[in-house]
Ligand binder design. Structure first.
Ligand code: ADP
Ligand code: ADP
Length: 223
């Protein structure tokens, strides 16, 4: 059972009179329980692929199925629900709320579940312990290092128990040693129990040795 299934996937952008094929008939199958690295030259279509897998964007044609859901067929409300419950996102610049503590940032996705932050606090603290920040739960982002902020963001991405975690250059703003420890954490997240898939777009040269699988995107296709 593949968690991600893309068949003849096309995403075309219009720029005035011109059409840009960011994805040009891409086929891809990814199983769960793995840490997959996506590499390739700038402009190859990596971010577009990640956005389609996260239902942040819709295909021009072709099929993209994630966790059994045909993402091309979702209306806005269903796509929003899918992003909230089935996917976790991790970004290069962490995207933490500066006025909130670490645990409040982690608990934040639960607010939309009509859960109060307080109700989600025990799980948020568990996740912070899991990422090695049990002693930083009340710290604000400005009181944390880059690597610690990214660990908070990873904890936040896990609080909805997503089937798939999508990471866009998660080590792009970290020094090499800190980045390596974040890669290890993402690898652990993919491998500990369950069937979770972690897909990461990266230029990090350390990624190849940590990932279970590296796929190269070139000219909108898997190379
Ligand atoms: P990568 O992540 O591999 O650098 P992208 O997926 O960002 O590649 O981009 C693939 C191609 O699609 C590039 O030619 C890029 O300029 C184009 N593109 C991406 N997003 C848009 C957009 N919103 N509008 C127009 N063209 C875009
Ligand atoms: P809603 O449609 O309910 O307002 P959003 O689409 O804004 O929800 O957000 C749903 C999820 O998608 C959030 O976890 C958010 O972090 C993520 N997200 C929203 N916009 C982007 C984006 N441009 N790039 C990456 N992730 C995004």
């Amino acid at each position: 059972q593949n968690l991600v299934e893309a068949i003849d996937l096309v995403r075309e952008y219009r720029l005035g009179e011109e059409r840009v094929r960011a994805l040009d008939g891409l086929d891809l199958s990814l199983a769960g329980g793995r840490f997959v690295s996506v590499v390739g030259p700038s402009g190859a279509g990596k971010s577009t692929l990640l956005h389609l897998m996260g239902a942040l964007d819709t295909p021009t044609s072709g099929t993209i199925r994630v966790a059994g859901v045909d993402l091309g067929s979702l209306d806005d409300a269903a796509a929003s629900e899918f992003r909230r419950t089935t996917v976790g996102f991790v970004f290069q610049f962490f995207n933490l709320v500066p006025t909130m503590s670490a645990w409040e940032n982690v608990a934040l996705p639960r607010l939309l579940d009509s859960q109060s932050l307080r109700k989600a606090k025990p799980r948020a603290i568990e996740l912070l312990e899991r990422v090695g920040l049990g002693d930083r739960v009340d710290h604000r982002p400005s009181e944390l290092s880059g690597g610690q902020m990214q660990r908070v963001a990873i904890a936040r991405s896990l609080i909805m128990e997503p089937a798939i975690l999508l990471a866009d250059e998660p080590t792009g703003n970290l020094d090499s040693a800190t980045g390596a420890s974040v890669l290890e954490l993402l690898s652990d997240v993919a491998h500990e129990g369950g069937d979770r898939l972690v897909v990461m777009v990266t230029h990090d040269p350390n990624a190849a040795s940590v990932a279970d699988q590296t796929i190269t995107v070139r000219d909108g296709k898997i190379a």
